[in-house]
Design a protein around this ligand. Structure first.
Ligand SMILES: NC(=O)c1ccc[n+]([C@@H]2O[C@H](COP(=O)([O-])OP(=O)(O)OC[C@H]3O[C@@H](n4cnc5c(N)ncnc54)[C@H](O)[C@@H]3O)[C@@H](O)[C@H]2O)c1
Length: 243
């Protein structure tokens, strides 16, 4: 690769799927900004990939605008972005769900992705780029104990399609991926070994996803081989949605 490396931004890059995306993007030759609300986690992954750490709360539109502005100013043209920051929310049915929890989950998992996509598209409008939003299998089916998470992830796919349509002519591709259950802190914090084994059993392939399974698809979507792919939603779920 000649000249400066292409620049990538990963939100939620300090852990799990986002961290795996940082590692793969780095191996693919990108200079990566690892953005996370958890500064220590962002710094650890950034050191690991020879990238830049940034602290951001994706629920804060101004903070996201500042982040993307800083990336462009200090690193150069934004070529790729993976929006992975997300939270789970409490396991409650809709009847028990508090407005406060609903707002918190939507503010990160849907508003946050909107803030990121808007800022990223503005940064890419002149010379194109690729955006991948990390949705979930719960963008395609319901989850009785995750009404806010499910609503947000369905929303992410709608946002993905609309952004892809609006900016195809600008050379910007926008896609979403839908992981099944992936072994990350988000899952491990809420499930003991027995729970994780039960979740693994929901996948016809008989195991949980690994963060790198998801990163492989996300990074492929950022690359030239995916040049004809936009506005798409890709389940990556060990067969979960085919049951
Ligand atoms: N793990 C799974 O089973 C699974 C399945 C499907 C989809 N997902 C999605 O994948 C994405 C990544 O999840 P993960 O499993 O890697 O979780 P994770 O908890 O390992 O990582 C999420 C990261 O996002 C960061 N984050 C949280 N809120 C933030 C905010 N407001 N601003 C910036 N950063 C914030 C966290 O600090 C953390 O580092 C999420 O969008 C999640 O919904 C996860």
């Amino acid at each position: 690769m000649s000249g400066r490396p292409p620049v990538a931004l990963v939100t939620g890059g300090g852990s799990g799927i986002g961290a795996a995306c940082c590692r793969r993007l780095s191996r693919a030759g990108y200079r990566v900004t690892v953005a996370d609300i958890d500064e220590a986690a962002a710094k650890t992954v950034a050191a690991d990939v020879g990238g830049v750490a940034a602290v951001v709360d994706c629920a804060d539109a101004d903070a996201v605008d500042d982040l993307v502005g800083t990336v462009v100013r200090t690193e150069g043209r934004l070529a790729a972005a993976v929006n992975s920051a997300g939270v789970a929310g409490p396991p409650q049915p809709v009847a028990e769900y508090s407005t406060q929890d609903w707002r918190r989950v939507l503010s990160v998992n849907l508003d946050g992705v909107f803030h990121c996509v808007r800022a990223e598209v503005r940064a890419m409008r002149e010379s194109g780029g690729n955006i991948v939003n990390i949705a979930s299998v719960f963008a395609a089916v319901g989850a009785p104990l995750a009404p806010a998470y499910t609503a947000a992830k369905h929303g992410v796919v709608g946002l993905t399609r609309s952004a892809a349509l609006a900016h195809a002519e600008d050379g910007i591709r926008v896609n979403a991926v839908g992981p099944g259950f992936v072994r990350t802190p988000l899952l491990e914090d809420r499930n003991d070994d027995e729970g994780l084994a039960r979740l693994a059993g929901l996948h016809p392939v008989g195991r949980l996803g690994k963060p790198d399974d998801i990163a492989a698809l996300a990074v492929w979507l950022c690359g030239p081989e995916a040049g004809f792919v936009t506005g798409a939603f890709f389940p990556i779920d060990g067969g979960y949605l085919s049951r």
